[in-house]
Write a protein that binds this ligand. Structure first.
Ligand code: AMP
Length: 501
């Protein structure tokens, strides 16, 4: 018997239970999900798709879009989801690099994409997943499919990392990577088939696709499938849910809604956050309003999930918790040598969750792995005496000013504590004299009145002079990507010339 992610899903699922409950349509049981994914798999294979071939997919979130992922797993195809925000020119890069055998896109984008990709075979899927050439071609296909003999070492997916500078890299994830991680999370978060996950995340990213979906599939759980995050829909779905997963922005937006209270959340088992740092203030406010301590976890495209705050035990605000079962974490210096406990260094990860490498980039892959198999994440962190990991910033976020290192997170947490500050981002900008100049961007709470002088005055006795921002800007909002991550590179770009003659 082949052992792969879909084989494991089949082994645990109860065909009569709900898999997906969309807000605008009937529930889809596991039995129906498997039947539809079989039809979709036939449609792909009829086009000549063979195990190992890539299938590029840029479609809106819908039940069919998710079942297309299952279809690829079943046929041994490598699922390559693409952010719906990518332009045709960006898509052309991904397609030329990954050489998919098929490209699934929405009807409305087909022509624009096809203009950049001569010779590509296209299938279409409408935004609600009910129409398009993929649906038409799958309609008469059988409801059973002879699943490919894929093994745990075979590729299940390629996800392009959201690198905003340089070329995007395709992270190759195997069935083994995805399966082992979902099993660890199922155990760590005590998922069962009684769980109903409120799913409002996009499905082109590891968070919504792998963390949320694979954990649910491997627990035989159900998902309340929202097309996108929208507070009205969340409050409508919440009474039926037992767990919610979100990016920090979900939580800050729900906190702004007066409907959020203990009564509406009492029945919930768990709230989980990840993909970007959750402010300690958000964690504390959520706990005060709902009585629930948000469980924060940490991962990345290349590694799946690495650490999590405990299900039982202290969920510490500002920390991303302990290594997941089977995952090793170390904090190392620039040469991969572990630093003394409590010191800041590069977070390195080893385990069955860690990806196979970057697609067609063996040198880049080799450069990011240590000889003993640890992957260099690019995140800076520190492990406390209690074993909990805290993230201090991205390696590339590190500011070096006048030869001295400044960790943006340290300044941001002081800024976030100032009365009147909603949130902050600190970046280093090219500086003629110092190399980089520390620069702060603040979003203020309504009615707050702060000036650059008052902010610097408040920090002056808490931070060494070299860490003090040289300039403080007040902005309406911070630039964010679709996962809620603050795009510091956008700030760096916009203000690049500030300290240069
Ligand atoms: P992505 O590959 O898009 O998921 O981005 C991964 C990056 O997001 C990590 O390398 C971290 O920099 C960041 N990240 C993910 N989860 C957290 C978290 N809980 N706290 C802080 N940063 C996080």
């Amino acid at each position: 018997m082949p052992d792969n992610l879909f084989a494991r899903v089949l082994a645990v699922s109860d065909l009569g239970r709900d898999f997906l409950r969309p807000i605008d349509g009937p529930a889809l049981r596991y039995r129906e999900a498997f039947a539809i994914s079989a039809r979709l798999a036939h449609a792909l294979v009829r086009h000549g798709a063979k195990p190992g071939d890539r299938v590029a997919v840029q479609v809106e979130k819908s039940p069919t879009a998710l079942l297309l992922y299952l279809a690829c797993l079943r046929a041994g195809l490598v699922y390559l989801p693409l952010n719906t925000g990518y332009t045709p020119a960006e898509l052309a890069y991904f397609a030329l690099d990954s050489e998919p055998c098929l490209f699934v896109c929405s009807d409305k984008n087909r022509e624009k994409i096809a203009a950049c990709l001569a010779g590509m075979v296209f299938l279409t899927l409408s935004d609600d997943g009910r129409d398009g050439s993929l649906i038409r071609q799958a309609a008469d296909a059988p409801e059973v499919f002879a699943d490919a003999e894929t093994g745990m070492g075979d590729l299940a997916s390629i996800l392009y990392t959201s690198g905003t500078t340089g070329r995007s890299k395709g992270a190759m994830l195997t069935h083994g990577n995805l399966t082992s991680n979902a099993m660890s999370l199922r155990q760590a978060w005590e998922f069962s088939q009684n769980d109903v996950l409120l799913h409002a995340l996009p499905i082109f990213h590891i968070h919504g696709l792998f963390v949320a979906t694979n954990v649910s599939l491997l627990s035989g759980a159900s998902m309340l499938f929202l097309p996108k995050f929208e507070p009205d829909a969340v409050f409508q779905a919440l009474p039926q849910a037992s767990v919610m997963m979100g990016v920090p922005t979900f939580y800050t937006r729900l906190l702004k809604d007066e409907r959020l209270d203990k009564d509406r959340t009492r029945h919930m088992r768990l709230f989980i956050s990840g993909s970007a740092p959750l402010l300690a203030e958000t964690h504390n406010q959520w706990q005060a309003r709902t009585g629930h301590a948000i469980l924060e976890r940490y991962g990345m495209t290349e590694t799946n999930m690495n650490t999590s705050n405990p299900y039982h035990g202290d969920r510490i605000p500002g920390s991303v918790g302990l290594p997941l079962p089977g995952v090793e974490i170390r904090i190392a210096d620039g040469d991969g040598r572990p630093v003394p406990q409590g010191e800041i260094g590069m977070i390195e990860v080893r385990g069955p969750n860690v990806f196979k490498g970057y697609w067609k980039m063996p040198e880049k892959t080799a450069a990011e792995f240590r000889p003993d198999g640890f992957f260099v994440t690019g995140d800076l962190g520190t492990i406390g005496a209690n074993g909990y990991l805290s993230i201090v910033g991205r390696g590339k976020d590190l500011i070096i000013t006048g030869g001295l290192n400044v960790y943006p997170r340290e300044i941001e947490s002081l800024l976030d504590e100032l009365p009147g500050v909603e949130e902050s981002a600190v970046v280093g900008l090219p500086h003629d004299d110092f190399g980089e100049g520390v620069t702060a961007f603040l979003v203020l709470k309504p009615g707050a009145r702060l000036t650059q002088e008052s902010v610097l005055e408040s920090l002056s006795d808490r931070l060494a002079r070299f860490k003090l921002p040289k300039r403080v800007f007040f902005v309406d909002q911070l630039p964010r990507n679709s996962m809620g991550k603050v795009q510091k590179s956008a700030l760096r770009q916009e203000y690049a010339g500030l300290y240069q003659a």
